[in-house]
Design a protein around this ligand. Structure first.
Ligand code: SF4
Ligand code: F3S
Length: 78
C-alpha cells in the first residue's frame, strides 16, 4: 500500500483524497492516513500531493519508517 509520511503534517492539502478511487484516505488530527487494508496500490494519490508526502510503503525513506508503523497504529483501533 501507499503511505503518507511527515510532509503531510499540518499541511493536509487533501488533493490526494480527491484522486483516490476507493476513498481509503482518512483524516487524523495533524495528517491524513491511507488505510493499508483498502489501498489498491493504484498510485493516483502520489503525484497529486504538492509536498510529495506520499510514497509506496517499500519506498518510504528510512528516516520516515516510523510513519509506516504510525499508519498501522492509526488503523489498528477504532
Ligand atoms: Fe488510494 Fe490509489 Fe493512493 Fe492507494 S494508491 S491511497 S488506492 S489513490
Ligand atoms: Fe497530505 Fe499531500 Fe494528501 S499534504 S492530505 S498527503 S495531498
Amino acid at each position: 500500500p501507499y503511505v503518507i509520511a511527515a510532509a503531510c503534517i499540518d499541511v493536509m492539502d487533501r488533493s490526494c483524497v480527491e484522486e483516490c478511487p476507493v476513498d481509503c484516505i482518512y483524516e487524523g488530527d495533524r495528517k491524513l492516513y491511507i488505510n493499508p487494508a483498502e489501498c489498491i496500490d493504484c498510485g493516483a494519490c502520489e503525484p497529486a500531493c504538492p509536498v510529495q508526502a506520499i510514497s509506496q510503503d517499500r519506498r518510504v525513506p528510512e528516516d520516515q519508517a516510523a510513519f509506516v508503523a504510525d499508519n498501522a497504529r492509526f488503523f489498528s483501533h477504532p
